[in-house]
Design a protein around this ligand. Sequence first.
Ligand SMILES: Cc1ncc(COP(=O)(O)O)c(C=O)c1O
Length: 315
Amino acid sequence: MRTIVAGQVPRSNGRRRPTLRSVDQAWEAELRLPTPLVELRDPLFGRCRVLLKRDDLIHPDVPGNKWRKLKYLVRDARDRGAGTLLTFGGAHSNHVRAVAALGERLGLRTVGVIRGEEQPTNPGLRRAEERGMTLHYLDRATYRRKTEPDVLAALRDRFGGAYVVPEGGTTPFAFPGLAELVHELDRPYDAVVCAVGTGGTLAGIAAALPAGRRALGISVLRGARSLDAEVTALHRSALRRSLDNWTIDHRFHCGGFARRDAALDEFLARFADRHGWTPDPVYVGKALFGLSVLAGAGAFDGETVVALVSGPGTG
Ligand SMILES: Cc1ncc(COP(=O)(O)O)c(C=O)c1O
């Protein structure tokens, strides 16, 4: 749907073309914000009161932490006159798809640099292409060096000057976006729990929490101890200081990134039975599973925890 609102500029053929600002406003009017904060009644969480922050409902194409992380980044790209967003990800990256959708809606060309050899396109990448994204495959060795000057220069030669968005979209621009999430929390709470991939979402939430509240990240990666240092580095670069109101629990990866084990499967099946939908097993499922184990052991007795649904589930 193309909606034209205020600020149109006339074209010589008599048709009117939306300005960037009007496209923005039309797009933002489609977003479901603020997202609902709904109580989850479930004995799986012991004596902890859980409020689900349903960021998965923001927009089907740019759900959850994608919008929170990219909102101010795309504004910066346009303020700097960028015509192209270039980003990176694996073949199943939600982030790559979200950048394609945003680019299409906001009138920016998009390039998705995909890890690995070209393979038959999966539905996610097909969707990105349908939204106008140019896909470019990099073998794994080169992909690992994607931020080095020679690799970036080769990409620049091929696709022209682009605004480069890092894999996962974690940049200091995530901070104002995630602060908006925290400011939407209009009921009393003690802690926020979220899934951790790169740490950007956790870092942004921790940075915006009022005094006395804490953030707990559940890492979805096996043994990714470097995440703690990465979150601290994000705080130092965005805030010029470190924070002590957050921790990462590394025990609930369930076998590693995108892997699952019997305990996670059992939790998700019970959750689906009770609530009629299944959180995604890669991120939100592990965060809720971790929270249920910790809450069941009494870690949040008598407390209210906001659990972030940072991406869509099924059902
Ligand atoms: C649905 C979902 N939740 C959580 C995360 C983890 O966020 P972050 O990389 O900011 O730690 C991701 C990855 O971007 C994601 O797709």
